[in-house]
Design a protein around this ligand. Structure first.
Ligand code: NAD
Length: 298
């Protein structure tokens, strides 16, 4: 069993740290929120007074923070964690952040001989609690082998996407395509419904045909078609529109940096931005169906 420092105990980090404790690891936690630390202490974690204190004498450092600026602040600079860590420590940043910051932290770690991976996740709070997250890792092969040892206790599918930053690029690609096919699925179902088709039967037809996709399979956006989907629970998240907009922003940055003409991705980002600005940020991302239903075609 390993000694693990876990930094960032929010909706995702809290249950992940909890699963590490349940797997028998010695977990020391730190979060700016005392309440978040207290919750983990009850479950068996030690609580550190600062991030620097948390990472003293551990084998792994795992962070789950909101955005790139938080990750840069924690790891880089004269007072950053990298300057205090020994070369035997493996650092895994599971936050969803911009690929450029992930590469920057990865390069700074490499200069110090520290193994670093960006390891963003797919799967929301439910998957974090169930320990079934998918990890997309960017970093060296040796570090990936060390990462796997610990990530298997918090996730189900662990992929090595490539060098530092590759995990964030994989996540951007995945979520851009998710946004596009969710909107496409909504358009197809609404078009069928307006022509008198039952969305449930149309879904069955498309699931057995070439339009089959994840949104139809496990996350049908039409209310009443799938009992377990957020659409059948007034679009309670699930995966919030706010998070989809954040992830699409990161995907658009990646697209700009490689000069791709991603017209579909840009349109999906624009439509989700409009939906968020209409007050739907805290609703599930499949509620984009209602934007389509409420608007009149130009
Ligand atoms: P959250 O806001 O619930 O948690 C973030 C935590 O980080 C908070 O507890 C906050 O106090 C803490 N924090 C911020 N700055 C800190 C610092 N300097 N030191 C210590 N703690 C600090 O966010 P979340 O929903 O847990 O998401 C975390 C990351 O996971 C994000 O990058 C998000 O995009 C990604 N993600 C979230 C989901 C989801 O469904 N919530 C799914 C996949 C990926």
């Amino acid at each position: 069993m390993a000694a693990v420092a876990f930094i960032g105990l929010g909706n995702m980090g809290g249950p992940m740290a909890s699963n590490l404790i349940n797997a028998g690891h010695a977990v020391v936690v730190f979060d700016l929120s005392q309440a978040a630390c207290d919750r983990l202490q009850v479950q068996g974690a030690s609580v550190a007074g600062s991030a620097v204190e948390a990472v003293a004498r551990v084998d792994y450092v795992i962070s789950m923070l909101p955005a790139g600026k938080h990750v840069a602040e924690i790891y880089l600079g004269d007072n950053g964690l990298l300057s205090t860590l020994g070369a035997s420590v493996t650092v895994l940043d599971c936050s969803t952040i911009d690929a450029a910051t992930a590469r920057r932290v990865g390069e700074a770690a490499a200069e110090l001989g520290i193994g670093f991976m960006d390891a963003p996740v797919s799967g929301g709070v439910a998957a974090a609690a169930a320990g079934t997250l998918a990890f997309m890792c960017g970093g060296g092969a040796d570090t990936f082998e060390k990462a796997r040892v610990i990530l298997k206790d918090v996730g189900k599918n662990i992929f090595h996407a490539g060098p530092a930053g590759a995990g964030q690029v994989a996540k951007g690609c995945n979520n851009m395509l998710l946004a596009i096919h969710m909107i496409g699925t909504c358009e197809a179902l609404e078009m069928g419904a307006r022509n008198g088709l039952d969305p449930k039967i149309l879904s069955e037809i498309m699931l057995a045909s070439s339009a089959r996709n994840w949104s139809l399979e496990v996350y049908n956006p039409y209310p009443g078609v799938m009992d377990t989907a957020p659409a059948s629970d007034d679009y309670q998240p699930g995966f919030m529109v706010d998070l989809m907009v954040k992830d699409l922003g990161l995907a658009m940055e990646i697209a700009q940096q490689c000069d791709i003409d991603n017209a579909m991705g840009q349109l999906a980002a624009e439509l989700y931005g409009q939906h968020q600005r209409s007050g739907n940020g805290k609703r599930d991302f499949s509620s984009i169906l209602q934007k389509l239903q409420n608007e009149v075609a130009p």
